[in-house]
Design a protein around this ligand. Structure first.
Ligand code: SF4
Length: 180
């Protein structure tokens, strides 16, 4: 069976994607989101990804939470608007780390749940995934998880399980803005 590494940013973005992929692939979830601030928020988001993986017996890699790496990656872009250059760097760091881990651990394909977010543009995220996939020699699964009714499905699944839904993207600079 094809080994698939799925970077998951949070449970609301991941739940319908994981549900869809788990029967088609040998799926592993990769939690690497050192953009999230503060740490209590990071732990809260992680807790619900763990809950989903436990429910469906999906292996989950709990990768590191090195905020210094993230701050260095976005240095000089602190005042960028959400959706701008800082976000592209943030996507790249998380996708590149996922691609590298996939290569080092013999996965065939990797992907991210990031395109599930209603304000996350697949046309920005997917080319980064393809580029880092080529760099490490692992295929990036290009898609837009917002499509095909997955957002509605995810909303229902989140409500049924009482899963926490955050009201900001994740980093300290997005803390007071309501975009996901
Ligand atoms: S707003 Fe979201 S995507 Fe953009 S830098 Fe912050 S955490 Fe990353």
């Amino acid at each position: 069976m094809i080994r698939f590494l799925l970077h998951a940013c949070c449970a609301p973005c991941g739940i319908a994607v994981i549900d869809e992929l788990k029967s088609q692939y040998d799926l592993t979830v990769f939690f690497y989101n050192n953009n999230i601030y503060p740490e209590e928020e990071y732990l809260k988001r992680k807790k619900y990804v763990v809950q989903i993986c436990d429910e469906w017996l999906i292996p989950m890699i709990d990768f590191d939470y090195n905020q210094t790496d993230w701050r260095e990656a976005v240095q000089g872009l602190e005042n960028e608007p959400e959706g701008g250059a800082r976000c592209s760097k943030c996507f790249r760091l998380r996708l590149e780390t996922t691609a590298r881990y996939a290569k080092e651990n013999n996965f065939d394909i990797f992907c991210t749940t990031l395109t599930s977010g209603r304000n996350k543009k697949a046309e920005v995220i997917n080319p980064i995934g393809v580029e880092v996939g080529l760099k490490y020699g692992v295929m990036f699964f290009e898609t837009d998880w917002k499509k095909a009714g997955r957002q509605q499905k995810a909303r229902k699944m989140v409500e049924e399980r009482g899963i926490y839904r955050q009201n900001y993207c994740g980093c300290r600079f997005s803390h007071n803005n309501l975009i996901i």
